[in-house]
Ligand binder design. Structure first.
Ligand SMILES: Cc1cc2nc3c(=O)[nH]c(=O)nc-3n(C[C@H](O)[C@H](O)[C@H](O)COP(=O)(O)OP(=O)(O)OC[C@H]3O[C@@H](n4cnc5c(N)ncnc54)[C@H](O)[C@@H]3O)c2cc1C
Length: 453
């Protein structure tokens, strides 16, 4: 019997897909990368399905690629030849939501925005909100340590992760962390799994922290600038002034053009960059006034405060559609560098210079308040690989970010796409420790091989 037939027999009927045309869509994430030819895709609906799949994989030495919503931008959920995809997207139960303890216990396939909506019914919120929050899953967010728009004030996914249930490569079940706000018993295994990109185990349940939702809608402003550098300087000034925005997003001209081309937003020719900022503090109106003034002081040509929740929603909606708009222009290589906030203008200049020097189109959007920039290198649709000038420009941008004390990836993870630069950020000792950790959890190297480290 072929190993895949043994898996089909071991799981309840209908759990395993083997038609190559059908499984192809489960083999990709949102990058341009072409997957290999996996043996099949498991659509798990319970922890038992995950345990059965991983025990089978260990017995037959088959690599397993865990998968949530498939919205990743690093190639981390791209399936290789001879692997099995393990999708937990159908595990969507919110098992507990405790207003008293301000926590939720959820299965990994819960869509991020669904958890936030459920929390709002109790006056709470789930803070991490990647732009993809209507299509990404909590399991995927944990495995990539996803950031988002509100993270500038409330922290990234790691800051909301309290405890996990994980199925290890050999099928054993590991419980990590706790449901309390504090706790230091033993090593922080929860933190270790957050951002591990499916290389250490498969998350089947998560206890996450909720927070009080602000009791009134946030105050929001948009500012337009004639130069990207000025917009970056405004962000640095706002953060240095201690305004504590609850959102601080930057869009460059190329991004705004992509959105305008799609949704006709009436983009002015003089607008080179737009900053969208928000405060949800109790004195949000006066905080936004201070932020507006700092934008003017740093060269903003136009500043306006949103006049209604609907206008705010439309404005934030523009930001959330940025990546989809760019995908309409061509294939995208997305970078995710993060630099100390004080050097944001310097990083922005370096990206602009790399675009000119290498003659490539770069459209940048940034969680600017976190110093986290997404220069998106756009090349022709249908090319199997970015052309050499795109790789050269990407290389320059990564190296510049590291030179400024930054990191290769603020929130998307390493996946397949950033492995070639890992050695620049890690020294040999750190690399050896990372490999050692992988060997403890997954001695046969079956979980998402070739990704992340
Ligand atoms: C339009 C758009 C906007 C985006 N905006 C943001 C943003 O603002 N911030 C941000 O951080 N990211 C953003 N992303 C990237 C992406 O949405 C995030 O990385 C997200 O966390 C991936 O979640 P997913 O459920 O789609 O995971 P997948 O893409 O399915 O998987 C991602 C990684 O997680 C692993 N994984 C998934 N589920 C599990 C599990 N249960 N156990 C173990 N490993 C698992 C996979 O093996 C893979 O390594 C955006 C993507 C798009 C398309």
């Amino acid at each position: 019997m072929r190993p895949i037939d043994a898996l089909v027999n071991a799981l309840p009927e209908g759990r395993v897909l083997t038609d190559p045309d059908v499984i192809d869509s489960y083999a990709r994430d949102r990058t341009f990368l072409e997957p290999g030819k996996p043996l099949g895709a498991v659509l798990a609906t319970s922890r038992d399905d995950v345990v059965t799949t991983l025990k089978w994989a260990t017995e037959h030495r088959v690599p397993v690629v865990p998968r949530g919503g498939g919205t990743g931008l690093a190639g981390a959920a791209t399936a290789g030849d001879g692997s099995v995809i393990l999708s937990v997207a159908r595990m969507t139960a919110i098992k507990e939501l405790s207003p008293a303890d301000e926590i939720a216990v959820v299965e990994p396939g819960v869509i991020t925005a669904d958890l936030d909506r459920a929390a709002r019914e109790h006056g709470l919120m789930y803070a991490p909100d990647p732009s993809s929050y209507e299509i990404s899953t909590i399991g995927g967010n944990l495995a990539t340590n996803a950031g988002g728009l509100r993270c500038v004030k409330y922290g990234v996914t790691r800051d909301s992760a309290l405890g996990l249930e994980v199925v290890l490569a050999d099928g054993r079940i590991l419980e990590t962390g706790r449901r309390t706000m504090k706790g230091v018993t033993g090593y922080d295994l929860t933190g270790l799994f957050v951002g591990s990109e499916g290389t250490l185990g498969v998350i089947t349940s998560a206890t996450v922290r909720l927070r009080r939702a602000p009791d009134k809608p946030p105050a929001t402003f948009a500012a337009e600038f004639g130069s990207l550098r000025d917009a970056g300087a405004a962000v640095s000034a706002i953060m240095a002034a201690g305004c504590q925005p609850s959102l601080m997003e930057l869009l460059d001209r190329a991004t705004l053009e992509a959105i305008d081309d799609w949704r006709n937003i009436g983009l002015e020719t003089s607008t080179i960059a737009m900053l969208i900022g928000q405060s949800d503090a109790s004195d949000s109106e006066s905080v936004v006034k201070r932020m507006e003034q700092l934008c003017v002081d740093n060269g903003a040509s136009f500043v306006a405060v949103s006049s209604s929740p609907q206008e705010t929603e439309e404005l934030i909606g523009l930001r959330r559609m940025a990546y989809d708009a760019k995908e309409r222009m061509g294939a995208c290589l997305v970078e995710d560098v993060c630099v100390p906030r004080s050097v944001l203008p310097d990083m922005i200049m370096a990206i602009e210079a790399a675009a000119v020097r290498h003659g490539v189109k770069i459209a940048t959007v940034a969680h600017a308040g976190d110093g986290n920039l997404h220069p998106v290198f756009i090349f022709e649709h249908g090319m199997a690989e970015p052309p050499p000038e795109v790789w050269a420009a990407a290389d320059e941008v990564f190296k510049h970010a590291l030179g400024l004390g930054g990191t290769l990836t603020g929130e998307h993870g390493v996946g397949l796409l950033k492995r070639r630069w890992l050695g620049l950020e890690f020294g040999p000792v750190a690399q050896e420790m990372q490999q050692g950790i992988k060997a403890v959890f997954d001695p046969l190297g079956l979980l998402n091989p070739g990704k992340a480290i």
